[in-house]
Write a protein that binds this ligand. Structure first.
Ligand SMILES: [Zn+2]
Ligand SMILES: [Zn+2]
Length: 268
């Protein structure tokens, strides 16, 4: 399998995972479907090969217009929880016809789903209010390899630690630096939500979770970790790396997902 991040952060999230000519988008937030198409081609995947669009939750930086356009143009359904689809429909009427057109396939939480060549396992994650729908993290398996993807979560439940351990490739949120967040001058209610149990993961929380993933004594560990959804105002790549690098074994690769441009294409 291969994996690329096309955009990551509160301004929009899009990643793609593929095997041969078949792939899945993961999230399709704010941005244009044309820019996604050209980035996919640049990464080596024809947009026609997209078999579905996994959507973590209903916030517009994850479930945006490109999801609807892609589903229609390529017959690639949005794969998400029913509550997430309902929340997206409440936010924007545009999404309302997707179910009738067969452009959405509902996933249940904490369950396995087969879609095209991909075995998808969903995990519920604590994030947001009703406007988020029912947020999910995913593992995607194909051809004996496993990708783990979790962004936008306030805490890391123990079952996610196990899921990361069993993956070959992990993308995990590392949203904010605690100090930068609390001194940001943002409204108190926003700071409280971001740093609370249903907000986002700080660099230290991501570091703590990854340290548990790589605790000795387990049979399997990921080889590569990508940190995503870094806050533009309240984080810096070097702070995330400084918090997390020392907690990983030396041979594990660590990368930051770029905010606006495509990452390298990683072999999983
Ligand atoms: Zn987000
Ligand atoms: Zn969110």
């Amino acid at each position: 399998m291969r994996f690329v991040v096309l955009a990551s952060g509160s301004s929009g999230n899009v990643s793609a995972v593929w095997n041969g000519t078949r792939g899945l988008l993961i999230d399709a937030g704010t941005g244009s479907s044309r820019s996604i198409e050209s980035s996919l081609r640049g990464a080596g995947l024809r947009p026609e090969g997209i078999a579905g669009i996994l959507v973590t939750h209903a916030h517009s930086d994850h479930f945006g217009r490109p999801a609807r356009i892609f589903a229609k143009k390529y017959g690639a359904p949005v794969l998400t929880h029913r509550d997430t689809y309902a929340a997206a429909c409440r936010r924007a009427r545009d999404f309302q016809g997707m179910e009738t057109l067969g452009h959405v396939r509902f996933l249940t939480e904490n369950a396995d789903h087969l879609h095209d060549a991909f075995q998808i396992r969903t995990y519920s994650v604590p994030h947001g209010t009703e406007s988020a729908g029912r947020p999910l993290a995913f593992t995607i398996r194909c051809n004996g390899r496993t990708v783990f993807y979790a962004t936008d979560l306030g805490t890391v439940p123990p079952y996610l630690i196990e899921a990361m351990r069993e993956a070959d490739f992990v993308l995990l949120e590392s949203n904010y630096d605690e100090e930068m967040e609390v001194t940001s001058g943002r409204p108190d209610h926003l700071i409280d939500w971001v740093t609370g149990p249903t907000g986002h993961l700080s660099n230290d929380q991501a570091a703590e979770a990854l340290a548990r993933v790589f605790e000795p004594g387990h049979g399997k560990y990921p080889k590569r970790v990508v940190l995503g959804h870094l806050s533009e105002e309240c984080n810096l790549p070097e702070l995330a790396i400084a918090a997390i690098r020392p907690r990983l074994p030396g041979h594990v690769e660590l990368h930051i997902a770029p905010r606006y441009e495509a990452s390298a294409v990683w072999d999983v």
